[in-house]
Design a binder for this molecule. Sequence first.
Ligand code: UD1
Length: 366
Amino acid sequence: MKKVVSVVGARPNFMKIAPIDRAFKAYSDEIEHIIVHTGQHYDYQMSEAFFQDLQMPSPNFFLGVGSGSHAEQTAKVMTAFEEVCQKVKPDLVIVPGDVNSTMAAAITTKKLSLPLAHIEAGLRSGDRTMPEEINRIVTDVIADLLFVTEKSGYENLIAEGIPSYKIHFVGNTMIDSLIFASEQLNKSKILQTLQLSECSYVLITLHRPTNVDSAEMLSMFFDIFNYISSRKKIVFPVHPRTRKNITDFGLDEIAGQNKNLILTEPLGYIDFLNLMKNSSLVITDSGGIQEETTFLGVPCITTRTTTERPITVEIGTNTLVHPEKEAILKTIYEKIDNSSNPHQIPKLWDGKASKRIAEIIYNYLR
Ligand code: UD1
């Protein structure tokens, strides 16, 4: 029996690995799939709720690393994951995405000379001040199997000198999860709970340090919300980092005065998908939401200067806007009631990426 270990740590990892776990069931006589959760995200709503919604088995190992500086978090994951590897002796390790847990587990794997597979390889924003960009570059340069979601990923890796035999354009495992969960959206009562009707609201997520770690930037967003709320309701599920900063910057009162602004705790996967699918517009600084809105055909404004997911902009659902008030407002007015939104699904985003990955790994291990 071969052992494949997948390492998850933060919220965007869980939906990328859940369908991989299901795909490995086809090889259960020959491959044991083991899930390690680093504990980078630890709040119930940021972690456990997702395991339930994604019908993912509980992790076999929980490392409990928690928060800390980038160096601390990375070092804790590396040390704790090394112990797991020594105990389990994996034949291959899978890391998804670009969070600190991804890079930390990747380095540990290769320091032990074990084969490493990276899911969502090759994405590049070109901005090396983003911690995720460093995590992507380091992981890709040492990985043995690089699974790519869009053509830019393939092109970037070739341009960086990665041999083409290591690169596999397989599609997007996050979209596998979205398609799987779409059948369960009727379980979500979030529209009723928040008293919303279809297309009557704008959905917001903000958590990137450049947008939420300064009082000036975060206040600008609340100012923008005041403009939007004269036209539509706003739903804003608040990430823990952003929650803390809203309070620290004294913005709770301003938020409370806007009767059309609904702030919620971070939401579970199915509720969030349901909200996204029925919103008239999404405004975000997330990576994954750019892809999910593209698949769903919902207009998305990404308040960042760069994106590592250019296919979403090429197709036209996603618009990249410099995080500056006038520019964001101008784009909101263009998009908010625009019913002729482009809708095209990127190549291989067909719900079968995980099956392709499991098959490639199975053949690799043989
Ligand atoms: C991380 C990822 C980011 C991803 C995001 C999704 C890195 C470098 N960044 O950012 O790419 O888009 O996850 O959410 O890995 N906190 C809690 N409870 C939790 C988790 C975090 O309260 O369950 C708070 C802590 O105060 C922590 C802060 O949020 O210090 C930031 O958490 P961290 O995991 O360091 O980074 P994220 O901003 O979540």
